[in-house]
Structures are given as C-alpha cells and as structure tokens.
Write a protein that binds this ligand. Structure first.
Ligand code: DQA
Length: 180
C-alpha cells in the first residue's frame, strides 16, 4: 500500500483468531445421554466439525471439556493470557448456578458466546436463569449440535471473520462434512 507521503506502507497482518471451545459437565456423554433431548452426535464429532468450520474461516479452535467447575473457571478466566481471542462455551448445568464462571468470563475480557444443544428456556424453570449469559455477546440454544456451529460462526463474524469480510466476495465456499 502507498502511504499519504508516497512511501510504501506494509499493512498490519491480522493474527488468525484462536477460539477456546469449552464444554461443561456431562457433555462428554453426548451421543448416549438423553438422545431425545441432546441428539446422537458426540462431542468429538462436534469438535471435528468446529475445527473444519474454523479452518474454512482462517481461524483455529482448541476444544476442552470438564466436569469440574474449578477447571472451567481457570480455562475461561485465563483464556486471554493463554493467547485466545474469544470463547465459545456450553457451561452445561453450571450455566444456571455458577457465579464463578460468570466472574471468569468477565475477567477474561474476551468476547464469549454461550451455546446449548437444547433450549433451556423451554424446559424446567431452574434452567431459565443463566449467570454466564450476562457476560456473553450472544446465546445460541435449541439447534442441537448446530448451536455450537452457529455460535462459532457468530463469534467469528463478531471478530470480523465472516467469510465475506475475511476473503472478499469471490471467496470459494468450502464444502464441509456433516457430523452424523
Ligand atoms: C445444556 C442445558 C443445561 O440446562 C443442561 O444442564 C446441560 C446441557 C444444553 O446444552 O442443552 O447439561 O447446556
């Protein structure tokens, strides 16, 4: 690029976004856990799909799952320090109980999107409250495994990495493999 005074200016190269994908308690059981509510797709299938989607958008993900509230709090709170640019999280039941996770999300200072396979608002009353949502850019719920994918796409768009913005109108559309 030529600058105002005719000098050659190099454009700042944007770092590829790194997204931390976190799943909370009991989500390691996806595929066998209450399939009528959560579907038959496993967490590994979802992570594989998110890896492909991220790659197609010039981003990367690191995916983790834990049943321990403390571990989730540490991962989320230290995400910026660990070099992540955003967090995609399904906090499972800690959604409805964890002020510590809410504090960690605020402390990270990163954009965060909350996702749920089911639609907690349409279930038991105790699922209607989310502490984490107060620290989130957005929430995607009720689309089964696709909530993760839609949440990631929204997060990447939020970071300025929608396909159109990242690669221009002539971008090729990647054909992605669907999870089972
Ligand atoms: C969930 C919804 C929560 O209420 C529940 O405790 C979960 C899964 C979901 O993805 O639909 O464990 O987060």
């Amino acid at each position: 690029m030529i600058g105002r005074r005719g000098e050659v200016v190099s454009l700042p190269r944007r770092e590829p976004p790194r997204v931390l994908v976190v799943s909370g308690p009991n989500l390691q059981l996806l595929g066998v856990r209450e399939p009528e509510i959560y579907g038959t797709t496993t967490l590994d299938d979802i992570h594989a799909r998110l890896t492909e989607v991220a790659r197609a958008h010039g981003a990367t993900i690191v995916a983790r799952q834990s049943n321990s509230e403390g571990e989730l709090v540490t991962w989320v709170g230290e995400a910026a320090r660990d070099g992540f640019h955003a967090v995609l999280i399904n906090p499972g039941a800690y959604t409805h109980t964890s002020i510590a996770l809410f504090d960690a999300a605020k402390a990270s200072g990163l954009p965060l999107v909350e996702v749920h396979l089911s639609n907690p608002d349409a279930r038991e009353a105790f699922r209607r409250r989310s502490f984490v949502a107060r620290a989130a850019v957005a929430r995607v719920a009720g689309f089964g495994w696709r909530s993760y994918e839609l949440g990631l796409l929204g997060l990447l768009a939020h970071l300025g990495r929608s396909p159109a913005r990242a690669r221009g109108p002539r971008a090729k559309v990647a054909v992605l493999k669907k999870p089972r």
